[in-house]
Ligand binder design. Structure first.
Ligand code: GLA
Length: 391
């Protein structure tokens, strides 16, 4: 299991589930039957034409498909089946640059894993992207101690912040397709008018820490596409609506100040049982983002089957329907340039730990099964790429 997953709290996912449970007090069966009514008037057969890979089907429409190499090394470096599936299906690899791994102590950077993935990508004709430079999670102890120390000054934190971003971005300068410069800066539940999350970066550097991060990254690598990445935006719920509004305002502010931000990443961690999906609201949000001149990436796509039936065939069908319905909406937006799943095979997914099923059966959220065979979710993605308008 990847290093960062051991440390990742089951935070957003369970918050999302909790919010959902409080809003839709439907009996399980009616929620499931609602889903069936909403999703399929008549069974979809998910048939695809030909045998070409997801990367080839995406490329035919000017899109990039790829994945996060869950698990990160060393498991990835030892699983040759995973590697060959990755090379076959993926045109981009997003490596984890979590502070806990990339700067484990104040004067020490560790590039072992990220160098491995940069080389793997380069050796196999796969684009390389980094995620995230600045986040509020997976902060190493030495930095948390500084955050908690009342003697710590803002200028000290700014020096650490600047050194971290520039050291990492310069190291991979010219070799990176894109960086998630800042991840998950929105938290409307924190009550600020601007909807920003009250994290340590904001406490020490103010709300402009986001702008600062982009300016440092742009100076360190003028070629890289610089992305703001966000979660909890996909559904027709009051919380996601509030988050969409706050995210759009943040992007508008950044653009109005001439901040070097080039793209927006929508994580897209989807829930197979979630029926509150309004295509038109999502379309409008993406159109509003695109109207700012920003490209859009689907950055962490997966579909949790945590609350779906026991039966694998039934689960796979619902998961595939969610993949196809979601992608058919987002790929209508010509500014969407990439689709990245958070993992490739069910053998390795963060959801096994972050959101296990109550019946303890293995989860099945990704395009390939645990034996790297293509599932209906793969078919659904292939169909979505085949039917997408060409960029
Ligand atoms: C969030 C983060 C990712 C990753 C996933 C879970 O979506 O953006 O970096 O940690 O959680 O693996």
């Amino acid at each position: 299991m990847a290093k960062h997953q051991k440390l990742l709290k089951r935070r957003d996912f369970l918050i999302g589930l909790g919010a959902l449970a409080s809003m839709v007090p439907l009996a399980y069966s009616s929620r499931f039957s609602d889903y069936k009514q909403v999703k399929a008037s008549g069974e979809r057969d998910f048939s695809v034409v030909g045998n070409t890979s997801l990367r080839q089907r995406a490329a035919a429409k000017g899109l990039i498909y790829g994945a996060h190499p869950d698990p990160e090394s060393p498991e990835f470096s030892q699983d040759l089946q995973l590697q060959s599936s990755f090379i076959q299906e993926c045109a981009i690899l997003v490596a984890g640059f979590y502070w806990i791994g990339s700067q484990p102590s104040a004067n020490n950077f560790d590039f072992t894993e990220t160098d491995y993935f940069a080389k793997f990508a380069s050796d196999n004709g796969i684009l390389f992207r980094g995620h995230p430079l600045i986040w509020h999670e997976l902060i190493p102890q030495w930095l948390n101690d500084k955050f908690k120390n009342p003697q710590t000054t803002s200028s000290e934190i700014q020096d650490i912040f600047t050194n971290h971003i520039s050291t990492i971005v310069k190291r991979y300068g010219g070799r990176v397709h894109s960086w998630d410069v800042v991840n998950e800066a929105i938290e409307t539940d924190d009550g600020r008018r601007d909807g920003l999350r009250v994290n340590s970066w904001l406490k020490f550097l103010g709300a402009d820490y986001i702008e600062l991060a982009f300016r440092i990254a742009a100076q360190a690598d003028p070629k890289a596409l610089l992305v703001y990445n966000e979660t909890g935006l996909e559904y027709d719920t009051p919380r996601d609506e509030a988050r969409r509004n706050a995210t759009l305002k943040l992007l508008e502010r950044l653009k109005s100040k001439g901040v070097p931000i080039h793209a927006f990443g929508i994580q897209s961690h989807l829930l197979g049982h979630q029926t509150q999906f309004n295509p038109n609201k999502l379309r409008k949000f993406l159109a509003d983002v695109a109207s700012l001149g920003l490209k859009i990436l689907i950055t962490e796509l997966d579909v949790s089957d945590r609350e779906l039936p026991v039966n694998f065939a039934a689960r796979d069908r619902i998961v595939a329907g969610v993949y196809e319905d979601y992608l058919s909406v987002v790929l209508e937006q010509p500014s969407v340039i990439a689709v990245i799943t958070w993992g490739l095979s069910d053998k390795y997914t963060w959801l096994s730990q972050a959101a296990p099923r109550s019946d303890r059966l293995p989860v099945r959220p990704l395009p390939l099964d645990s034996n790297f065979q293509r599932k209906l979710a793969w078919n659904a993605m292939a169909r979505a790429f085949d039917n997408a308008p060409k960029r």
